[in-house]
Design a protein around this ligand. Sequence first.
Ligand SMILES: Cc1cc2nc3c(=O)[nH]c(=O)nc-3n(C[C@H](O)[C@H](O)[C@H](O)COP(=O)(O)O)c2cc1C
Length: 384
Amino acid sequence: MDQALTIADLKDMAGARVPRMFFDYADSGSWTEGTYRANGDDLGSILFEQRVAVDLSNRTTRSEMAGREVSMPVALAPTGLTGMQHADGEILGARAAARFGVPFTLSTMSICSIEAVAAATDTLFWFQLYVMRDLDFVDNLIERAEAAGCDALVLTLDLQILGQRHKDIRNGLGAPPKLGLSSLLQMASRPRWCVDMLRTRNRSFGNIIGHAKNVSDLSSLSSWTAEQFDPELNWGKIARIRNKWPRKLILKGIMNADDARMAAENGADAIVVSNHGGRQLDGAPSSISVLASVVDAVGDRVEVHFDGGISSGQDVLRALALGAKGTYIGRSWLYGLGAGGEAGVRRALEIIRNELDLTMAFCGERDVRNVGRHILHSVAEQAA
Ligand SMILES: Cc1cc2nc3c(=O)[nH]c(=O)nc-3n(C[C@H](O)[C@H](O)[C@H](O)COP(=O)(O)O)c2cc1C
């Protein structure tokens, strides 16, 4: 793993180890993928202000996210089907995050269940909830997350309906999934992945099978999922979940100042400025381009987090400079996972922390909590 110097190196390694259909599932956005690309491009265009002759000893990247102390303000974002990037992917991601001192967020659509992740790790993780039509199932998920000790619930608001990713349909990863000859060949061409998958029992959606009514296998699951995301999700339903969940509530998928104010009014502890990594509304602006306006709209009333396009510690610093208190990485940790399991996720986190620390220092700051718009070059600040 030490040979990987950048997240792009990990992505190349993952491409060689993960079957094409699952690699593409991560490396894709909806329709033209314009928003997916803009997330990364717009981050990259933000310039830093170089400072000199500043004492740069005793630096720290320690901070807090949603009441949790973190070794750097970077959480692992919730990602569905992660146990298909690598056998037991969610367990390995949770372990790597725990050992690194950053939060891990388990997706509703994970392969390993809440209970399996809780049993395999000794640090608390966050649970991401999708609101489904079946309220009993939603309530049951909330209770399971509480029983597992999850200290924050991340409620995703931007997936009432599903964006379309052409690559998934072409690869047979639509609903229902089609395991044709081409998918089988893709898997057979990754023998190491196959051997690991044969060794684990976690091969289907662990939070759903056996818990949702009328879902017993993958084919009943796919029709259930397609019908289940609640198209009627509204602030009243969010308030109902707020009342049920006693710990930190993080609302994910906010891209608009009015929505951010509504989130604050409805009792969110934190919001995530996010366009789902460019996987939902193609043609939406990059998430970094709206971050400052959301921060300005809510001030200190709610903690603002950010995701979308982070592929380096420099990108983390750009988001912090524009007012985010914490960030999440999606694909960056998935590529690490695909490249080398737990060690690969750890490597992704090491790369990001090193880049974050050095860039902060070049900008003349020693403590990540003091980072602000002053570390950005003014041309970039105007553009943002
Ligand atoms: C493969 C994949 C699966 C995802 N699944 C979920 C999910 O189950 N729940 C969710 O809230 N967000 C999901 N997301 C969105 C991420 O949580 C996050 O918002 C996004 O990946 C951030 O962008 P980045 O990948 O550029 O870092 C997924 C993203 C990817 C790439």
